[in-house]
Write a protein that binds this ligand. Sequence first.
Ligand SMILES: Cc1ncc(COP(=O)(O)O)c(C=O)c1O
Length: 430
Amino acid sequence: MPIDRRHFMRKLGGATSSLVLSAVFNPALATSLDHAFTRTQYHSAESVASDEAFWQQIRLAYTVSATRLDLNNGGVSPQPKVVQEAFNHYNRMSNEGPSYFMWRDLDKGRDLIRQELAALAGAPQEEIAITRNASEALENVILGMRLNPGDEVILSRQGYPNMIHAWKQRAMREGIVLKWLDFELPQTNNSYFLDLYKNAITPKTKVMHITHVINWNGQVLPVKLITQLARQHQIETVVDGAHSFAQLDFKIPELGCDYFGTSLHKWLCAPFGTGMLYVKKERIKNLYPLFAAEDPESDNIRKFENFGTRSSATEQAIIPAIQFHELIGTKRKQERLRYLKNYWVKKAQTIPGFRIHSPLDPNFDCGICLFSIDGLDSYKITTELTNKHRIHVVKIDWQNINGIRISPNVFTLTKDLDRFVNALKIIKNS
Ligand SMILES: Cc1ncc(COP(=O)(O)O)c(C=O)c1O
């Protein structure tokens, strides 16, 4: 779908417009970005995915290290300059008189951030809360749902540790029962996941916790089908969307879940320490907030934001992050990340013993990919990449998942990935 730049410019008419314009559209960058967007306006996301000249322009909008190659963008992503500048601007402003500028002025703008996030999520703004990360968003749900001793929760061993710890703590303190699924990954078959969830259901099942994208290897789960199954049994669904939001092209209500939590400092490239919670309107009242609010049984989504003083600058800079993201478009990001994954994997497949532990199927994959090389210790590969080749990656060792995780960002260039694969070949032959 072509990018509607007039729409974007209209959107910039909001509170942060002058800041965004001055930061992104400094004369040189403005002209080159403008050309890049105009040139590709009617190109499909799939064709733009391999257009290095386009992504080179996007790269210039970031402050990418000249020498250290970061292939762990799934851990946390960098912010475009426009976001960094907005943060600096609002931070300086806050420091001119914190209690006035943060509490009386900037905090009053939180509903505008909610509005922008809601538009991106495709959800009503009264179902969106701003949190500091995905863990906080999801722990509001995990620790706030009304459950009784003996109630069962279905979750997987391949979920994210913070979420697993939260469920275990609830089980320990309150006697709820955890029913564990153990995935053999990768999988490219909906019924594999559906059958596991289905077989774990009992009359006592109250909740299914579903990780949309498994962080360890980028496996995408068929969330819509799983929530459909859950609804047939009056089971509530919690979706951990830390890696799907702003990476995969979907709207939250399409997933059919009751609760969805995500980081914004991953694929949205918003400031560090930002997250979002979605709670379906009819579920808000019965969900207790993690930080007690004046009326914990209110149906106002803002009760989940009662965590005391926070950095207003961090929150305010979410808006330019959304604007910059929308300028590119989620679909283009999704296709670019998938293209880069396929690009480096194809080249690395010539290395003897190279194995990937992630799906290569557009229904189940994304830009994150896990690999190993037979006969070579993943620790040695990671250390040599870091120390000898200045390439940052992360070694994964969790449950039955082992290897090295690679997650480029949209501005990673194919020549960066050539450098990475060449480094692997040198390590393999050393
Ligand atoms: C699947 C998943 N869930 C939750 C989180 C926690 O995110 P945050 O650090 O924003 O709390 C992560 C972080 O990597 C993750 O990968």
